[in-house]
Design a protein around this ligand. Structure first.
Ligand code: 4AD
Ligand code: MG
Length: 432
């Protein structure tokens, strides 16, 4: 028995006898030799098992192992240019730790529903582990970025008494005997209070949306990072979004080439993600859409198709600003030069991925904020604490939210957000 080594570091053990602890992915045999493909979470490695090296008994055992049997294998690490990854293990010992029979996900093609019903097993596949490692990198890239810029992580509640983004998209939860709480759609309002206490803050957690949407960009539960800055304008918010997105994409390119290769992601488009990002006033965006012959109604919000078309016009993310205030949330500050417009920004990812960031400058005037709360039919008493921020030392401020799954979906080049989180929650998906 050699020391346990993880597959991603076998390269440092060439010529040594080591032990791998993992699972059998598949097996080929040529009478006297078995080729076992083993995975251990860190990677995949071919194990070469010769009958004469290992003995008849173990050789016969290995011949009957089902896919996903948990095994430990001892052997000599050898560099071999022909092997995937450049190394293989010449086995001298095998132990079966946990049997596996009739594993339901075979190398043949399965439909998405079939795989989603077995998501707890599907995540073992090499494409899925690659996506989850990119997700890990994106999340750590986000944290390191904000920590490096002096932002303080200040969390916001998940149970909330009222809406943030609009009342129709909330999940109600029975909160003890006589109260209804709602799962948060965004930590923003609390984040604004935190920014008045700490200057520059970010919240990072799960958020919930109850729209009955079935699009490839929609999850009912997703992770959002939300920075908020006191004494900030729309320009500051856009500049921050630009720095965040370039930092996160750069980090994945630096550290996750192997995973991007497994995903067959074309990296040239990611390498083009450099500041400055183009800025597009809503009116220019509308003109592009109309020129392209899209049935766009000026004054309305951009739909999924509109975003796709716009984001395909640029080789890097584009910042669309100054949407009509009427289609945006109540807390947006109107543009003093064009009061029917909001000082807001949506960042659309290239290659048709659409909105990954939404944010802007917040309404900091007490009277106008109260008026907006009433116009949006929101209960003013639920927002008393939020109005306090405008009563006691109100300052210009702003921030945004970036959806982790939309970002991962774009960076990985995926068709649908459902593969970017271990257990996606969607309109018709609450299992497993
Ligand atoms: O544009 P949204 O709704 O903005 C807010 O919630 C603001 N209160 C954030 C803020 O300013 N602090 O959502 C922000 C981002 C979107 O750009 C998108 O990336 C993601 O959250 N997002 C979703 N991701 C997956 N599934 C959904 N249903 C999403 N809805 C929003
Ligand atoms: Mg939005």
């Amino acid at each position: 028995m050699g020391p346990q080594v993880y597959i991603d570091s076998v390269g440092a053990h060439v010529g040594e006898t080591v032990t791998l602890k993992g699972w059998l992915v598949n097996r080929r045999s040529s009478g006297k030799i078995h080729f076992l493909l083993v995975r251990d979470g860190t990677g995949f490695l071919q194990v070469v098992m010769g009958r004469s090296d290992i003995g008849d008994e173990v050789f016969a055992t290995a011949d009957h192992l089902g896919q996903e049997t948990a095994i430990t294998v001892t052997g000599l690490v050898r560099a071999d240019a022909r092997a995937k990854g450049g190394f293989e293990l010449i086995a001298s010992g095998l132990t079966v730790v946990g049997a596996s029979h009739d594993y339901p996900i075979t190398p043949k093609e399965h439909g998405v529903d079939y795989l989603m019903d077995r998501r707890h097993l599907w995540i073992r596949a090499d494409r899925q582990t690659a996506i989850l490692k990119v997700r890990h990198e994106v999340i750590n890239g986000i944290r390191d970025f904000f920590n490096g810029e002096g932002f303080i992580l200040a969390d916001t509640p998940i149970f909330t008494p009222a809406a943030c983004e609009g009342t129709t998209t909330l999940f109600p939860v029975q909160y003890f005997d006589d109260t209804t709480a709602y799962l948060t759609q965004s930590g923003q309002l609390y984040n604004e209070a935190n920014a008045m206490a700490l200057g520059k803050v970010y919240a990072f957690g799960p958020t919930f949306r109850a729209e009955k949407s079935k699009t490839r960009r929609h999850l009912t539960e997703f992770w959002m990072v939300e920075p908020e800055m006191a004494y900030a304008t729309l320009d500051d918010v856009i500049a921050l979004a630009e720095r965040l997105v370039t930092a996160v994409v750069g980090r994945v390119l630096d550290r996750r080439q192997k995973e991007l290769a497994i995903l067959e992601r074309k990296t040239t488009t990611l390498e083009a993600v450099k500041a400055p990002f183009p800025r597009l006033h809503y009116d220019e965006a509308a003109r592009i859409l109309l020129d392209k012959g899209l049935p766009f109604e000026v004054g309305g919000d951009l739909g999924g198709t509109d975003e796709t078309v716009l984001s395909e016009q640029f080789d890097r993310p584009v910042c669309v600003t100054h949407y009509p205030a009427a289609v945006k949330a109540f807390y947006m500050k109107p543009d003093p030069e064009q009061p029917d417009r909001a000082l807001c920004v949506d960042v659309l990812a290239p290659e048709g991925y659409g909105e990954i960031i939404g944010g802007g400058q917040r309404l900091d005037d007490y009277d106008l904020l109260l008026q907006r709360i009433r116009e949006h039919d929101l209960p003013p008493e639920a927002f008393e604490w939020y109005l306090d921020l405008r009563r006691y030392g109100s300052v210009p401020h702003g921030g945004f939210g970036m959806g982790v799954e939309r970002c991962v979906s774009w960076v990985c080049g995926l068709e649908h957000v459902r593969e970017t989180i271990p257990y996606p929650r969607m309109l018709y998906r609450l299992y497993p």
